[in-house]
Write a protein that binds this ligand. Structure first.
Ligand SMILES: Cc1cc2nc3c(=O)[nH]c(=O)nc-3n(C[C@H](O)[C@H](O)[C@H](O)COP(=O)(O)OP(=O)(O)OC[C@H]3O[C@@H](n4cnc5c(N)ncnc54)[C@H](O)[C@@H]3O)c2cc1C
Length: 420
């Protein structure tokens, strides 16, 4: 059963009934709203007997959204006996939605059967689904465990212009869905579940999710590396509407415009240098009074006519209507604030590899990335690391998919060795 798209009349009808109602308040322009779609549709399938699972587009039902005091989206609300019981904003995983339902209604998702797969892929981004495609196409029984939606980070962007084969560019969410469908055409399965712990030395390797434990003869870790967030209000909701994390990806949208780069390390400096060749003006905001970046970046940036610096400042708030139009900055010493105008913000305050789960089992580098070369082999035989999660110079969709293919090539070698 799919989630029901509701208007005000249907909403009133649903609330008057006996069943609890779960509503996802969303809008088509909200990238994070799309990102929870896979998880939410699975919720609709799994709980449809017990709960009415609905979606309300706040652009179409503006008055209803005001009445329900929706200030951020996506907001999920559970209604019981006609009244709002509990809400959650921008859940990070399907497991978080399961827990929200269980806490509010006491309805629990059933645990899955235990099973041994030839390959368990952790993470459904481009690296994970490419591994799944290659593995399933080679006849390996394959499952992808993804906590939220296919596509990973790229599902947050409306336009990918540097992935070959799409002359007009491609929407990242759509590309993620296509990758999933393609892998599933050859028999790969997807489970929307969060991996909570792993035992990779065991044989078969044990992967425990919020739905139970499954087993794999091989494991591909493709959990990605997320850009660190600033932590300002509405940051996630403004992604794609002025807030960006990747100058190489999104810089071209700001040709002739004013952009702000936040950060002072190598990647911030490299982003500022790149953007200074595209944008009319680049303002670098850094909380110290000098860049941490290696010296090689300093001079070109200081000499660039269109680069300005706001030292000792942090971003206090985003200023926006439909799109970002400025920032409120705060002086870290005096606490004084100022507002500056800009068309885009590039947040370049580091990345955080999703490797916490593997600490103590898999060898990580100093920054927390999995140590693996082009073969994607890790220190544990039969375990491979593909995409942004591994040590590498360039983290892009095209390099992630290449890793996915390489991982399967070497996993097949490993499996052949096991049989010999
Ligand atoms: C806003 C934005 C725009 C971008 N634009 C471009 C672009 O234009 N061109 C380009 O080439 N690159 C772009 N990138 C970078 C690109 O998206 C990444 O390099 C690429 O997605 C990496 O793929 P991946 O499969 O390695 O990891 P990810 O895409 O990070 O996918 C990892 C997946 O693992 C899942 N996961 C993590 N932990 C768990 C767990 N414990 N249990 C279950 N699932 C888990 C996550 O939910 C996620 O879906 C962009 C990135 C961002 C954030």
């Amino acid at each position: 059963m799919a989630a029901i798209q509701m208007n005000k009349e249907m909403f009133d009808w649903a609330l008057a009934g006996d069943k609890p109602v779960l509503v996802d308040y969303w809008a088509p322009w909200c990238t994070y709203c799309r990102k929870i779609t896979d998880a939410y549709e699975q919720i609709a399938q799994e709980y449809g007997e017990d709960i009415i699972v609905a979606k309300i587009n706040i652009d179409d039902e503006e008055q209803l959204a005001i009445e329900q005091q929706i200030e951020l989206i996506p907001t999920l609300i559970i209604y019981k006996n006609g009244r709002a019981e509990a809400s959650v904003v921008a859940p990070e995983s399907k497991a978080a939605i399961d827990a929200f339902i269980a806490d509010t209604l006491g309805v629990r998702e059933e645990k899955r059967d235990e099973k041994v797969y030839d390959m368990v892929v952790i993470g459904g981004g481009p690296a994970g689904y490419t591994a799944a495609l290659y593995a399933a196409r080679s006849g390996l029984e394959t499952i992808v465990l993804e906590r939220l939606s296919a596509g990973g980070q790229m599902a947050l962007t409306h336009q990918i212009d540097n992935y070959p084969g799409f002359e007009e560019g491609v929407d990242g969410y759509t590309l993620g869905q296509k990758m999933r469908t393609q892998a599933e055409r050859f028999g790969a399965k997807t489970e929307i579940a969060e991996v909570l712990s792993v035992d990779l030395a065991a044989m078969p390797k044990a992967i425990t999710t919020n739905l139970g434990t499954i087993y794999g003869r091989t494991v591909v870790i493709a959990t990605g590396a997320n850009p660190r967030e600033l932590g300002v209000e509405q940051e996630r909701e403004m992604i794609g509407r002025g807030v960006n994390y990747c100058a190489a990806c999104d810089g071209m949208f700001y040709k002739g415009k004013t952009v702000v780069v936040v950060g002072g390390g190598n990647s911030a400096a490299a982003d500022a240098a790149l953007l200074s060749r595209i944008a009319e003006k680049v303002i670098v905001v850094h909380r110290r009074d000098t860049l941490r970046a290696t010296k090689v970046y300093h001079q070109p940036l200081m000499e660039a006519k269109n680069v300005e610096f706001r030292w000792n400042r942090t971003v206090d708030a985003l200023l926006y209507g439909d799109k970002l139009y400025g920032l409120r900055l705060r002086d870290v010493h005096t606490g004084e604030t100022e507002e500056i105008a800009c068309d885009g913000l590039f947040i370049s305050v580091g990345r955080q590899p999703a490797t916490k789960l593997f600490e103590g089992q898999i060898t990580l580098d100093g920054a927390g990335y999995i140590m693996a070369d082009e073969t994607t082999r890790t220190n544990i035989p039969g375990v491979f690391a593909a995409g942004d999660v591994r040590t590498k110079a360039l983290r892009q969709v095209v390099t992630a998919v290449a890793d996915g293919a390489a991982a399967v090539h070497h996993a097949e070698e490993y499996l052949a060795g096991m049989k010999a």
